[in-house]
Design a protein around this ligand. Structure first.
Ligand code: T4K
Length: 368
């Protein structure tokens, strides 16, 4: 049996992509804010329902730049969660700030807003929430806390492309939000990402930070890096924008089948999206608990033995990494330390066949 992966990239029709590439060859304009880059930036404002978009060559550089643009004081503390991809806390440290690991809440697995305030010190400068798996952070509560303590709010929305809360684009909450367009994301530009923000004044700063600070041939006004998205990436984005809604529908169908078949199994919990939020269909995490006959790791091994590459996102949690262990301020992480042993992300992408979906459900029911 061929391997079944946790995800597969969304790919446009090859002829359509070649036609985009032909434009690039004809113009000989390969990067540095080209036509396709600018077109994608404009189109994404509508798709994400945000006033400002700045494209980047990947999500990590975008997040690094987001923190930089917030001008956080050297050595200040940024409260975040360790239940995320390594890039999230790494970007804090690369900005000469200190990550402070807060616990998560057990359904959405996002930062537990009730536990944030106890971690705030005079040295705290920001909260970095992660909308993990597609579940939104408690944006209202985080906003209130931030206002009360005069903190910046940054969101890592790598998993929530096109999510809306009460009809509002998720990228409009907080001071600045990062989206990832990596190959494994619902919408991809091969590698890529963007920042969204409400404050028009940030536009010039972010432009500079992603382009060496260069404003014109003779004017360098900031100490920027190279975060530019190239035309081949933007071309992929323009084509994938035409088909990502269809991909969402396909994933919605898979979700329906998984929900129907797995919700009755004792010991499998399916975390629920809040009612007012649309689903990005990025991941399909399930939580394995007693009385399920196997623990999460045993179940992972059963899948692996059948060439089904389910994933234990996010085990180990970032607080377990050698580079953070013992050297990072942490609150009570009891839910993180429980969930990291219980979550399994199932294969979830539009081209997954019905036979494969049924096989996955039969394995979970203990029938295979
Ligand atoms: N914040 C959060 C919360 C994130 O999750 C991420 C990235 C970031 C920040 C940083 O954004 P970027 O700088 O990446 O834009 C994958 C992705 O590489 C990573 O982007 C993603 N999060 C993370 C959750 O997942 P790995 O180490 O699991 O990738 P890998 O290579 O094992 O790929 C997963 C599966 O996808 C493979 O088993 C097969 C399939 N695949 C992958 C690639 C790259 C394909 O079929 N084709 C492909 O080209 O990190």
């Amino acid at each position: 049996m061929d391997k079944i992966y946790v995800t597969r990239p969304l790919l446009p029709d090859l002829d359509n992509y070649i036609s985009e590439v032909k434009d690039i060859f004809d113009s000989r304009w390969l990067t540095n804010m080209g036509v396709k880059h600018n077109e994608l930036e404009t189109k994404l404002k509508d798709v994400l329902k945000v006033p400002n978009v700045s494209l980047f060559n990947n999500g990590t550089i975008a997040l690094l730049t987001a923190l930089k643009a917030m001008d956080l004081p050297f050595g200040s503390e940024v409260i975040t969660t360790p239940f995320t991809f390594a890039a999230t806390p790494h970007c804090i440290v690369w900005n000469n700030c200190k990550p402070v690991f807060c616990d998560i809440e057990p359904n959405t697995m996002t930062i537990d807003s009730d536990k944030i305030e106890s971690l705030i010190t005079p040295n705290t400068s920001a909260i970095l929430g992660v909308h993990v798996y597609g579940f939104p952070c408690d944006v209202e509560k985080i906003d209130k806390i931030a206002k009360k303590h005069n903190l910046k709010v940054i969101y890592d929305a790598a998993h929530t492309f096109s999510t809306e809360i009460d009809g509002q684009g998720i990228g409009t909450f907080g001071d600045i939000t990062m989206f990832s367009f990596h190959a494994t994301k619902l919408f991809n530009t091969i590698e890529g990402g963007c920042l969204t923000y409400n404050d028009e004044n940030l536009k010039r700063r972010i432009y500079n930070l992603r382009n060496f600070g260069i404003q014109s041939e003779e004017v360098v006004e900031d100490i920027g890096i190279n975060g530019k998205m190239n035309e081949f990436q933007a071309a992929m984005g323009l084509e994938n924008l035409k088909i990502f809604e269809k991909e969402k529908q396909n994933r919605a169908r898979i979700k329906q089948y998984y929900d129907n078949n797995l919700s009755k199994i004792k010991g499998i919990r399916i975390p629920q999206m809040p009612k007012d939020t649309t689903n990005s269909y990025q991941y399909y995490p399930i939580i394995i608990e007693k009385p399920y006959p196997l623990n999460r790791d045993e179940l992972y091994n059963v899948f692996k033995s059948k060439n089904i590459m389910v994933r234990k996102y996010f085990y180990p949690a970032c607080n377990d990494f050698e580079c953070y262990k013992g050297s990072v301020i942490t609150g009570d992480l009891s839910v993180v330390n429980e969930m990291k042993h219980k979550v399994l992300c199932l294969p979830y992408y539009g081209t997954l066949t019905q036979t494969d979906i049924e096989t996955i459900c039969e394995i979970l029911k203990g029938e295979l």
